[in-house]
Design a protein around this ligand. Structure first.
Ligand SMILES: [Zn+2]
Length: 397
């Protein structure tokens, strides 16, 4: 297969591919075999590696019609979801998780990390559904899970041990929901102890609100540095950074950069849940993606919730999420930020291939119709050909 005159964004090029950014790409079997400057330099599309979704919730997607939308109240959504979740059956989890991964696959996603609500020491039913799902999709979409536990539960030492043990057994990542908790340092310290003891990577929901006093992110970075933690740590949301003054936010980002924390921004859910609902919202909840980039921290953009109480709209199309992030954080030129749905999340998830395109890389690619940065945010420009293992995927309409 030959792809002629495709634009490969600079941040997705593995090495110096030569002058310009429009190339002819040859694919043989399952790999890219050659890349050369295009004979015709007028771009006919944009070539990216398959997308990677670093933060999703496939245990509760598509439940908004049952649970209702929370209209800006994160804690109401948590409470309401918990009441309904007690009645959810294994079959219900199977069906909605399968649908989510199927949609992601069709959109060109090659790996997805989901959080699973984990609110008591025992493993949730969703874990068993997830383990079979991971098996079914093996070789198509690489699936990872994170236990999502209220941080306060880690004050109970036996509970923390049970969770960490089960996460390790199922090959997962440990996480917690962190927002202005009492005894923050002590409880987070316990999570770091468990991660060390059980050899687990960490992935937090942190500072998901507009309170400038939320210091979860800073505390996580300080703990990681104090303990010389080398395992990967992802931090999702970090909305409070947006409401802190530049100096304070900058100090936190300096610590995060030093601790090599992977920052994950969730534009759709943060737009919906943060800011006022009784009038036009002025303050919004996007983390400081651009200040992070100045410190060489390249944030990921991920879907987060899809059609549930936390965010009642959306889909698993990461290119659409990307478009929202571009507008929300003024990421221009947009082509320069396509690493936020490819290379950065692949690195955060520790995938075997970082998503940079070069001769020899897997032919797991998405050819977008967009010929330039402007068309990336246009419905026609988002039209795509998904190539998996060197073969064009038939897209269901
Ligand atoms: Zn989330």
């Amino acid at each position: 297969m030959k792809l002629e005159s495709v634009r490969i964004p600079r941040r997705l090029q593995a090495s110096d591919l030569g002058e310009g950014d429009v190339f002819d790409v040859r694919i043989v079997d399952r790999h890219v075999s050659a890349i050369a400057p295009a004979v015709d330099p007028v771009a006919r599309g944009t070539l990216i590696s398959c997308t990677v979704d670093a933060h999703a919730h496939i245990d509760k997607n598509y439940t908004v019609r049952e649970v209702g939308a929370a209209e800006g109240d994160l804690f109401a959504a948590i409470q309401r979801m918990r009441e309904h979740a007690a009645r959810w059956t294994r079959e219900a989890f199977d069906a909605r998780m399968e649908r989510a991964v199927g949609e992601a696959w069709q959109c060109g996603t090659r790996a997805l990390r989901t959080h699973l609500d984990w609110v008591e020491p025992n493993a949730p039913v969703s874990l068993y559904a997830f383990e079979q799902l991971r098996e079914r999709w093996s070789g198509r979409v690489e699936l990872q899970f994170v236990s999502l536990t209220p941080l306060d539960l880690f004050a109970d030492s036996a509970a923390g041990d049970r969770i960490a043990q089960a996460v390790q057994h199922a090959g997962g990542v440990m996480g917690a929901f962190v927002y202005r908790n009492e005894g923050l340092v002590h409880k987070l310290g316990r999570v770091f102890d468990l991660a060390q003891q059980y050899g687990l990577a960490l992935d937090f929901h942190v500072d998901e609100g507009l309170d400038a006093n939320a210091t979860g992110l800073r505390t996580i970075a300080q703990l990681a540095l104090a303990r010389h933690e080398r395992r990967r740590i992802s931090c999702g949301h970090a909305c409070s950074l947006a409401t802190q003054d530049d100096a304070q936010a900058g100090r936190t980002l300096d610590l995060c950069a030093q601790a090599c924390i992977d920052l994950i921004a969730l534009p759709s859910t943060n737009l919906y849940l943060q800011g006022e609902w009784h009038r036009t919202p002025v303050a919004r909840g996007i983390t400081r993606i651009r200040e992070a980039a100045l410190r060489s921290m390249r944030a990921s953009l991920a879907t987060d919730n899809v059609q549930d109480a936390f965010y009642p709209y959306g889909s698993y199309d990461l290119v659409e999420t990307f478009g929202l992030g571009v507008q929300m954080a003024h990421l221009a030129p947009a082509t320069d930020w396509l690493d936020a749905i490819t290379v950065s999340p692949a690195t955060a998830l520790g995938l075997a291939w970082d998503g940079r395109i070069a001769p020899g890389c897997p032919a797991d690619l998405v050819l977008l119709a967009a010929t330039d940065e402007y068309e990336l945010l246009d419905a026609r420009g988002r039209r795509r050909t998904v190539i998996r293992n060197g073969t064009v995927l038939e897209i269901e309409q």
